[in-house]
Ligand binder design. Structure first.
Ligand code: GLN
Length: 538
């Protein structure tokens, strides 16, 4: 195969949750700063076609791309670090691979052949590995292999990586193995054995890692590095220390200091096209770490015991907070614990309230009480997706006096369905991949809070929902002071609701959090934080 795109594969060993996604994104950032166009993709070993049908407790947030793919949350990190959009092709699961192969089998494409894991599944994996590199748009494609080496379920991926070395040829292929060097307190020692074993497992599968990135709580002494190099067959300068960092956004600079990018370029026989010193990244870190103010914001949702369920929202606060040099002390509060009697005591320290996206009835009434508290006490309020729908329902019940108003998601027989199933959703029976997903246009009303935030009237944001505001109630609700300030220009679907006589009350049907990046903080988050600062000063 004639080859210009370089492929880097990142595997993980010893344990999961070592932060392969952050290492991949950081390396991507460093290569980008040297003038290369980079994309990152993730291959996940589970059988779901995509994570869209997973409960957030299983897998954290489901991230949505511009083209409407429901993906692993690591794609969020890739976009936030690289400032480059990803797509359906950037996240592939074992389920999708099998689905593709079985669909081909039914079409008769393998006619006469026995369809097997090797070569048919591995061929399908490899063709997906190479897809993003095919049109020459990217100099480097980084592929993160989910899970740990040695897991039964990731074996076909590992085998496909082994074969890729031969397809791509020397100089075009690189394996980075991310591993853990545990510290034994009692022995006061950093231990290399788990890494030796996980590299051994890779070697058994026919893969020699080129670079080891070693997660550690303590600096790796030279002897430890030497030992790792000797027993894992890597060059001494390819044993890279990855110390625990204060912020994930420190990792690119830490990896630069450790020369991860230099090692990668040397092994791929590349020389930098340019060499920027990541000035705007450092500028962001400077503002992040030296805030001049602080606000406390409550994130009210039902998946709060696993913060990864709200990954993109949490990161959006980091980006927007840095933009205004404000430390956002984010409190995750379970809506199930909130009721009419305790809402004031539980929320009284907050300078701003965000009601999170979500599905189903659990914790719903707690969200209604939360909105009422924010609305009647002039506390800055930001509702996202379900959060916006709750705001409409609360207004309908308590301002319009439509008692029992609800979303048909929560109460199919409600007397006032102010939120209802979208027309195009009514005949859908399958759950997976069938919501209104991805980017749609929205036209903003001049002079609204949202217009002031974006500074323009035509915007695009990403979506993930089945229900919408019922336009039959639009006139009534607008007459009562809740205004649809953002609408889809083609369908009239209400995208944003604001309360006129409130310092900052904005509910959005879309998910602004998916498009926030380090270099482009999301404007609604920025304005929400500013409103919280104003509220606190008052
Ligand atoms: N459950 C609501 C809907 O489907 C909101 C979805 C969300 O918050 N992402 O419309």
């Amino acid at each position: 195969m004639a080859q210009s795109t370089k492929y880097i594969f990142i595997t993980g060993g010893v344990t999961s949750s070592l932060g392969k996604g952050i290492i991949a994104a950081s390396l991507g950032k460093l290569l980008q700063s040297r003038g290369f166009s980079v994309t990152i993709q993730k291959f996940d070993p589970y059988l779901n076609i995509d994570p869209g049908t997973l409960n957030p407790y299983e897998h954290g947030e489901c991230y949505v791309t511009e083209d409407g793919a429901e993906t692993d949350l690591d794609l969020g990190h890739y976009e936030r670090f690289l400032n480059v959009q990803t797509s359906q092709s950037n996240n592939v699961t074992t389920g999708r691979i099998y689905n593709n192969v079985i669909t081909k089998e039914r079409k008769g494409e393998f006619l006469g052949k026995t369809v097997q894991v090797i070569p048919h599944i591995t061929d399908e994996i490899k063709s997906n590995f190479y897809k993003l590199g095919e049109d020459g748009k990217f100099d480097v494609v980084i592929t993160e292999i989910g899970g740990c080496v040695g897991d039964i379920e990731s074996l076909p991926f590992i085998e496909a990586v082994r074969q890729a070395r031969w397809d791509l040829g020397p100089g075009n292929f690189l394996v980075i193995h991310l591993t853990l060097i545990p510290y034994l307190k009692a022995a006061k020692e950093l231990k290399t054995k788990p890494t030796q074993h996980s590299v051994k497992q890779l070697l058994e599968a026919g893969i020699q890692p080129d670079i080891l990135v070693c997660r550690t709580e303590h600096h790796l002494p030279q002897e430890v590095k030497k030992k790792l190099a000797l027993f894992c067959n890597v060059q001494l300068n390819s044993v890279i220390e990855a110390m625990d960092a204060d912020s994930i956004y420190d990792v690119p600079l830490l990896m630069k200091k450790e020369k991860l990018d230099e090692r990668v370029l040397a092994k791929l026989k590349l020389s930098s096209k340019t060499n920027t010193d990541l000035e705007n990244w450092k500028d962001f870190l400077g503002r992040l770490k030296n805030p001049t103010q602080e606000v406390t914001i409550g994130l009210i949702g039902k998946y709060v015991s696993l913060p990864d369920s709200y990954k993109s929202i949490i990161e959006s606060f980091t980006h927007a907070g840095a933009a205004v040099e404000c430390n956002v002390n984010l409190k995750l509060i379970s809506s199930e614990e909130l009721n009419v009697d305790n809402v004031e005591t539980k929320l009284k320290e907050l300078d701003g309230i965000l009601v999170a996206p979500g599905f189903g009835e659990r914790g719903f009434e707690g969200k209604i009480e939360t909105v009422k508290y924010a609305r009647t006490n002039n506390i800055p309020f930001f509702g996202i997706c379900l959060g916006m729908q709750v705001a409409v329902i609360e207004y309908a019940r308590n301002v319009l006096g439509l008692s029992g108003a609800n979303s048909t998601e929560m109460d199919p027989n409600t007397s006032h369905p102010v939120i209802g199933l979208m027309e195009e959703q009514k005949n859908i029976e399958q759950m997976g991949g069938t919501m209104r997903l991805g980017s749609y246009a929205c036209e903003l009303k001049k002079g609204s809070k949202s217009y002031l935030a974006y500074g323009k009237s035509k915007i695009n944001e990403r979506h993930r929902h089945r229900y919408e505001f019922n336009n039959a109630y639009l006139e009534q609700i607008e007459n009562a002071g809740m205004i649809a300030t953002g609408k889809n220009p083609e369908t009239g679907l209400v995208e944003i609701m604001e309360i006129k006589n409130h310092p900052w009350f904005v509910g959005v049907q879309f998910h602004p959090e998916y498009k926030s990046t380090v270099l482009n903080p999301q404007p609604l988050f920025v304005k929400f934080i500013q409103a919280a600062i104003d509220y606190k000063l008052k």
